[in-house]
Ligand binder design. Structure first.
Ligand SMILES: [Zn+2]
Length: 457
């Protein structure tokens, strides 16, 4: 049964939200305080969060990226949000905050301790997925969620069903932000942006909390796999980083897939179809035979989960004479990739036995590697994050991502970078949602993490 959410004066609300720099909000997060723990500072941290008002301000700015565009950022509109973020950071007193020509925002919160603390960076992406429109986002807040389905008011077919979204069961009593059902929400990854901004302001307003140099990095084009193409790591000058782009509250992900791309090119034998008997070897048919021989019950995205990898055809192009098959290969370790590539090669060889005058070649290209290989060399990165999540009052869960992140590429570029929860759910869809309370917990986790790095230095 659809939940009767508190009706929000929608037009008025989105009108209020429109336009960067506006100061009035109908929503105000309640001050939140957590009790001190014995191993913490004697004083408790009294959080007054700004994360929700920031989030509502950022999601109404369309920042959809576009894989077909050759520019960086892929869409100029991403800079609209970048400019706002840089201005807000400046207004907090961060003098070096700026948006660069490629659409990246950099900022530094200076250290306030004499201790030698590693430089930590918090990173989120500004773009939203090309899979779903992000234009004219109209957020609504379902306050004090009581369970059940959430109907979205702008499209009767869009219902966030509790049966399909089991994570909703953990949100009873929380305030859930959704769209009106006509766009995505953009919690992926504007929740992360808002959390980092909230934590930055808190640190700046509470100089009694000691921390080392904190770097902030906001990137464009993550959703099209180009989020770190133009990042200047030298300018950033961080030792370790955290992306705030994970799903469920409490989660930290230090492991991604390792990924290769494999291309099979087949050269068949072409003749006039009227005179082809015993001569023609059809490249399209050869390619189809290869696809048909792939494992049916294992080794595909639709038959695997958890730590299982797969071999997945993503494109087939061909005519009589020549056909090309493109695959992505995924596994959590390199041996698993090698096995799957060997399997593909053996299938191709076997199929080609039936086409003795045709030729083939297979090319494997590395795409990205499991960041765990890098992060494991610095176990304190994850250990401190787990402690920070615990201090924020959550149960830490260490998990892996069946995909890649900006963090996996950053890790191999020399900046080890696990992924911390931002609270985003059902991303890349019109049913996307995030809760106010999870965003607040993520902001608190950032603050605790900054403190822990200084404590342990
Ligand atoms: Zn994301």
């Amino acid at each position: 049964m659809p939940l009767a959410f508190k009706p929000l004066d929608f037009k008025r609300y989105s009108g209020w939200l429109r336009g960067p720099g506006m100061a009035l909000f109908c929503y105000r997060a309640l001050p939140f305080s957590i009790l001190p723990r014995s191993h913490m500072l004697a004083s408790s941290l009294a959080f007054t969060h700004t994360v929700t008002e920031r989030f509502l301000r950022y999601v109404v700015i369309d920042t959809q990226s576009d894989a077909a565009s050759p520019t960086c950022p892929s869409t100029e509109k991403q800079k609209d949000l970048g400019r706002l973020l840089a201005a807000e950071l400046q207004a907090m007193g961060i003098g070096d905050a700026h948006l660069d020509e490629h659409g990246y925002v950099y900022a530094t919160i200076p250290a306030n301790t004499d201790k030698k603390v590693p430089v930590i960076c918090f990173c989120s992406h500004m773009d939203t997925s090309p899979d779903c429109t992000g234009k004219d986002v109209k957020p609504q807040i379902v306050r004090n969620y009581r369970g059940g389905d959430i109907a979205l008011p702008g499209d009767a077919t869009q219902v966030i069903r509790s049966a399909d979204h089991p994570a909703l069961a953990d949100q009873i009593g929380n305030d859930i932000i959704t769209t009106d059902g006509t766009t995505l929400l953009g919690a992926d990854n504007k929740a992360g942006l808002a959390e980092i901004m909230d934590a930055a302001q808190f640190l700046l307003q509470n100089p009694q909390i000691k921390h080392g140099t904190i770097k902030i990095l906001f990137t464009p084009d993550e959703e099209i796999g180009r989020g770190v193409d133009k990042v200047d790591l030298k300018k950033l000058g961080a030792d370790f980083a955290y992306t705030m782009d994970g799903e469920t509250a409490g989660n930290i992900e230090d492991e991604t897939f390792s990924a290769d791309g494999a291309t099979i090119t087949i050269e068949g034998v072409s003749t006039h179809p009227g005179f082809a008997k015993g001569k023609m070897e059809h490249a399209i048919k050869i390619a189809s035979a290869i696809v048909d021989r792939l494992p049916k019950d294992t080794c595909s995205p639709e038959t695997t989960e958890g730590k299982e990898g797969f071999l997945h055809p993503i494109a087939i192009k061909g005519e009589l004479e020549k056909a090309t098959l493109s695959f992505i290969v995924r596994d959590f370790n390199d041996d698993g990739l090698t096995e799957k590539e060997a399997l593909l090669e053996s299938i191709v060889k076997d199929v080609m036995k039936g086409f003795p005058r045709s030729t083939w070649r297979m090319e494997v290209k590395q795409q990205y590697r499991n960041m765990k290989q890098v992060i494991d060399r610095h176990p304190e990165i994850v250990d401190y994050a787990i402690e920070a999540i615990r201090r924020a009052g959550l149960t830490p869960v260490r998990s892996s991502i069946r995909g890649g992140t900006d963090g996996s590429r950053l890790s191999f570029m020399g900046l080890p970078c696990p992924n911390i929860f931002a609270g985003e759910h059902a991303f890349h869809s019109r049913l996307e949602w995030v809760s106010v309370q999870d965003m607040e917990k993520a902001a608190q986790t950032i603050v605790h993490l900054a403190m822990i790095w200084a404590e342990r230095a």
